[in-house]
Design a protein around this ligand. Structure first.
Ligand code: SF4
Ligand code: SF4
Length: 343
């Protein structure tokens, strides 16, 4: 059963009711504490956009304002956020206000640091892993240490009684599509959730998260394989495997890869991102506006910035999983909740 997401939603019944009925609560946000990273994943442009970093005292002001806006669920990430020495204090504060997923590439973790992360009260420890082969990971720019570290972390977490949910996040690309099912099973054997995203690769210089990585893109001849893999994940989910994506999301991922999924964007409405200097971003791919989150009484103020409006209007689309889930929740709330409870 995948009850953890429902638990988070039920913890915030008024915000969720308002989200479903009025669709005007920015309930979800990504917090980019840093744009530094020790890896160089081919799919990612985060480190190319270096911006200053804020101390804890400033993050507290920003998180206070986010909470006033109605934000209830956040991811805290980088870059590699473990590069920040004050990461535990920031997560400690964030966990008192929000349901927190902490994303890391795991390469800097050890048992002592994992214990300290758990003590902050985070709800979910998310680690990225695109292959079980260190050589393949290295080819995709992810270095050769991440596999070992992610596995060590999962194994250590299995020995603990009190711990957050653990999720392994894979991005499906041409080079790893044959490995998806094995990786999902491997993750489940380690008592962790498996989550899959699809590659965003778009030419142009405007992006703040996605990169242009044509070598990782699927071609038409990969489509039957993609379809088979995502359909198998749907079957595994029905059988009780811990797969974080909702079924609708998995079905539509096939359409997205084939270029058949319509753009459904709720950036700067249902969700947003906060840059390392505290400035507001409509989403992680859209350039920040020159205003800090704590300088804005309402998220609606962001829409006064024409550059952001234009960026959102002209964006070709995305399939960022958490966004798709939120849209599914607002469109078919009962179906979404039923499936979360029964799969
Ligand atoms: S995807 Fe994550 S781990 Fe990879 S370079 Fe980007 S921030 Fe670093
Ligand atoms: S469609 Fe574009 S602007 Fe909207 S959330 Fe996705 S990447 Fe951001």
């Amino acid at each position: 059963m995948n009850k953890s997401r429902v638990k988070i939603l039920l913890k915030n019944p008024f915000k969720v009711a308002r989200l479903v009925l009025l669709k005007d609560v920015p309930i979800f946000a990504h917090i980019y504490l840093t744009r530094r990273c020790n890896l160089r994943c081919a799919k990612c442009r985060v480190i190319e956009r270096q911006t200053p970093e804020l101390p804890l005292s400033e993050w507290k002001k920003i998180m206070d304002r986010m909470s006033e806006w109605g934000t209830a669920i956040v991811t805290v990430q980088g870059g590699e956020a473990m590069l920040r020495e004050d990461i535990y204090d920031i997560l400690d504060y964030a966990s008192k206000k929000f349901s927190v997923t902490f994303f890391t590439n795991a390469t800097l973790l050890d048992k002592e640091k994992i214990d300290k992360l758990i003590a902050t009260g985070i709800n979910n420890l998310g680690m990225s892993l695109d292959s079980l082969s260190a050589a393949k990971e290295a080819k995709m720019g992810r270095g050769s240490q991440a596999v070992k570290k992610v596995i060590e972390t999962m194994e250590y977490m299995q020995t603990l009684k009190k711990k957050p949910k653990v999720t392994i996040n894979m991005v499906a690309v041409k080079q790893n599509i044959d490995e998806v099912i094995d990786l999902a099973k491997f993750v489940n054997e380690h008592d962790a959730y498996f989550s899959i995203a699809v590659l965003e690769s778009t030419p142009g210089e405007r992006w703040w998260f996605r990169n242009y990585a044509p070598e990782l893109e699927f071609s038409e001849k990969d489509y039957p394989k993609v379809e088979k893999v995502f359909n198998e994940l749907i079957e595994m989910k029905k059988k009780g495997y811990k797969i974080s994506n909702d079924t609708e999301q998995l079905k539509n991922a096939i359409k997205y890869i084939k270029g058949e999924f319509p753009k459904q964007c709720k950036a700067a409405k249902l969700f947003y991102s906060v840059n390392s200097d505290g400035t507001f971003m409509g989403c992680q791919d859209i350039a920040p506006i020159p205003k800090r989150v704590d300088e804005m009484k309402s998220i609606k103020e962001a829409w006064q910035f024409k550059s952001m409006v234009e960026d959102i209007k002209t964006c070709p689309g995305c399939y960022y999983g958490c966004y798709v889930s939120l849209i599914n929740l607002t469109k078919k709330p009962w179906k979404f909740l039923f499936e979360e409870l029964t799969s």
